[in-house]
Write a protein that binds this ligand. Sequence first.
Ligand code: SAM
Length: 222
Amino acid sequence: MNKGKLYIVATPIGNLADLTFRAKEILESTDLVACEDTRHTGILLSHYKIDTPKLSFHSHSGQAKVDKIMVYLQGGKDVALVSDAGTPGISDPGYVLIQAALETGIEIIPIPGPSAVITALCASGLPTDKFLYLGFLPVKKGRQTIFKKIAESEYTVVFYESPHRLRKTLEQLSEFLSVNARVVVAKELTKFYENYYRGTLSEVLAKIPEKPKGEYVVMVIP
Ligand code: SAM
């Protein structure tokens, strides 16, 4: 029996119209959609009138869920992996399942589309020919080390940050960066409150609200 295929499908990061034609076709034709949050992905699927069965698969799912998806794939069923937003595997679940699929010879097919890191960078105005992506910074241990690495980078550094840690991270970073370092913070990309804050660290901090809300990508060229 032929094995199924594992599709890694990028989905919108805020604007439902950003689903690609190919992603829509795959989500319609696949046997199963493995998603972080079935209700969240349900909004996207119902917007496009797609009624493919869903199965939850998130960072705490564990080996049993990986095994379950592998049974589908081994049994000839196609599976589309999506995350809540953006590209699966990019600071999102995917790695363990992709490893398991590779070990058993399952074909893995990426369906490209939105990702917050690329969306933020492309309009940042910072150099994008080379960049260093750090995902989420450590919350407790290792922050000083990573701040030093950011300050020493030859390339634009990009990372994700939660709204309630944004100001603290920028303030701590200011102890490591030169005053000339350029910073761009992208907020709520593709959404109603989309905004870019650009300048030196102190200029950017002055523009960001005291209690930020929404989703953020931080970019720095030391
Ligand atoms: N896999 C996703 C991708 O490809 O972009 C990233 C998932 S990660 C768990 C979620 C983080 O991405 C958010 O906390 C935020 O930092 C960033 N992010 C996602 N959507 C965003 C948006 N619309 N605007 C700004 N940042 C966003």
